[in-house]
Design a protein around this ligand. Structure first.
Ligand code: SF4
Length: 390
């Protein structure tokens, strides 16, 4: 008798997410778990992160080795190479890191210009994700960034000379942005030669300075139709340039440059989340657990010291929660999702009559049991997911 592979878990990929919560300054649109770098708990937090990685081991004895490590934040490029190395050593001692694993470091342009890039490489980093956000000075000032367009472009040119794998983040659908100006900015970004782009629409999250300004009526977000037009334009410009979307917001020059780490999220793999506020998903014994570490750095450090794990907040997910997540995350990716995985977990069929309507409208395609959204369907991914969700 052959055992069916589980519909989620580490055989869909196994990663480590490290959240470094400090930034040189806090951007007005940001709703991540971030703190000003002047309040930094440096060495103690690095030690707690390493201890947290070790402390995960007894709960997941079968997991090894890691396909990816992702240093996100915050601004993890503020970590020194020896601190990055200490975290990676804890990861390789505990779980092992596969040869050729993807090790990503998020960095802002000024970090890249100041950094010893070879030092990052020697520490183990294989991929840089650079928070360019815009290549126009007025937009960078509006977004509260501390770099200008010339330094952003220079940082990317510098990075691609050293790293084979470089990603640029850009924010579009900014208030008042015209299709022509976005097309010209995106074309400039593509000319920098990075093989991966993450292109996000500006959002106005409650409690951020931008969210509060919107509530007061001081900033008006772009309307939905204009945003949809810019999304369509983004698809055509990036596809023509050879970097089609492989997920709602992510574009790569070839499968080689797709983010191994993010594919773990979209495919229903496992990842450990360490560092303040980090989320994780870990599958053990046919169950799936969602973890969320303490958000404040001092509380995180104290929790790891007291309980030997940030995983203390882990909760077992109910089958319906797992199935909904598999569907929602899978439909974000261009490769789509095998509905049998969703149905095995939920115990209920995904309604084929609704899918037929989406196929008819050109928003979705079915191949056997695989459902995937087209480029225009991904624009409606949230609504389609809600309609099909068990
Ligand atoms: S640098 Fe990035 S993580 Fe830090 S505040 Fe700005 S947007 Fe948020």
């Amino acid at each position: 008798m052959t055992l069916k592979p589980a519909p989620f878990g580490p055989h869909f990929g196994f990663g480590l997410y490290v959240h470094w919560p400090y930034c040189a300054r806090i951007c007005p649109y940001c709703d991540f778990n971030v703190y000003a770098a002047k309040d930094r708990q440096g060495g103690a937090l690095v030690e707690a992160i390493a201890a947290d990685i070790h402390a995960h081991r007894p709960r997941m004895p079968q997991h090894r080795p890691l396909d990816s490590v992702y240093f996100g934040g915050g601004t993890p490029a503020l970590l020194r190479p020896d601190e990055l190395g200490a975290v990676l050593l804890a990861a390789s001692d505990t779980f092992g890191i596969k040869p050729g694993a993807e090790i990503t470091l998020e960095a802002n342009p000024n970090d890249v210009l100041r950094a010893d890039l070879q030092g990052w490489q020697r520490a183990g980093v294989t991929r840089l994700s650079i928070g360019v956000q815009s290549l126009r000075d007025a937009a960078l000032a509006f977004l509260g960034r501390d770099h200008d367009a010339v330094s952003a472009a220079e940082a990317v040119r510098r990075a691609v000379k050293v790293f084979d794998s470089v990603s640029i983040d850009l924010i579009y659908a900014r208030p008042g942005q015209s299709p022509a100006s976005w097309e010209s900015e995106l074309t400039d970004a593509l000319a920098l030669g990075a093989p991966h782009l993450s292109l996000y629409e500006l959002t106005f999250e409650a409690k951020t300075p931008f969210g509060l300004a919107m509530k007061r009526g001081d900033i008006a977000p772009m309307n939905d139709d204009a945003q949809a037009d810019l999304y369509e334009l983004t698809q055509s410009v990036t596809t023509a340039a050879g970097l089609p979307a492989y997920e709602v917001s992510n574009h790569a020059a070839s499968p080689k440059y797709q983010s191994v780490h993010n594919l773990i999220y979209w495919r229903g793999g496992d990842w450990i989340g360490v560092g303040p506020g980090a989320h994780g998903r870990v599958s053990v014994g046919g169950n799936r657990y969602a973890s969320e570490a303490e958000r404040r750095p001092e509380a995180y450090i104290a929790n790891v010291q007291a309980l030997q794990s940030g995983w203390s907040n882990a909760a077992q997910l109910a089958p319906l929660e797992i199935a909904r997540e598999l569907l929602a995350m899978g439909l974000r990716a261009a490769e789509g999702v095998d509905l049998r995985r969703v149905e095995t977990v939920s115990g209920t069929p995904v309604p084929r009559d609704k899918i037929a309507v989406f196929v008819e409208k050109g928003w979705a395609e079915m191949a056997g049991a695989e459902l995937r959204l087209t480029a225009s369907g991904r624009l409606l991914a949230d609504a389609i997911t809600a309609a099909l969700s068990p």
